[in-house]
Design a binder for this molecule. Sequence first.
Ligand code: C2G
Length: 129
Amino acid sequence: MKRVITYGTFDLLHYGHIKLLQRAKALGDYLIVVLSTDEFNWHEKHKKCYFTYEERKLLLEAIRYVDLVIPEENWEQKAKDVKEYHIDTFVMGDDWNGKFDFLKKDCEVVYLPRTPEISTTQIKKDLMQ
Ligand code: C2G
């Protein structure tokens, strides 16, 4: 069973995220999503989430491509996660291109093209108009 992992905030969830999760799952048989906690988002990513961790987790768990959702609490946990969950493939959107190549000693690292036309920032801007 090929195990895939990916990380993110996924707030507000939109079809760009879904297309990423769909492609990530297609690379294996089991997809783990490591979801940024509210504290991590605020202190480390300076992102104020619209939905809480529990609400974002519920949304992700409802997606057919997602098999497990666990918390992302810091930047440093990736190597441990890859080992602990016996990960074969680490996947991120290519806005992170190259940033996680240090994991290549432990697993395959794949950067997938982002869905260019959509972002949470754009959604919020459009809704403001
Ligand atoms: N994504 C995408 N297309 C978009 C928007 C996002 O493919 N239009 C991808 C991102 O590249 C990322 C995933 O969807 O792989 C989740 O996006 P975010 O929630 O913005 O994640 P981010 O804040 O980049 O957090 O430790 C890594 C971080 O947790 C990643």
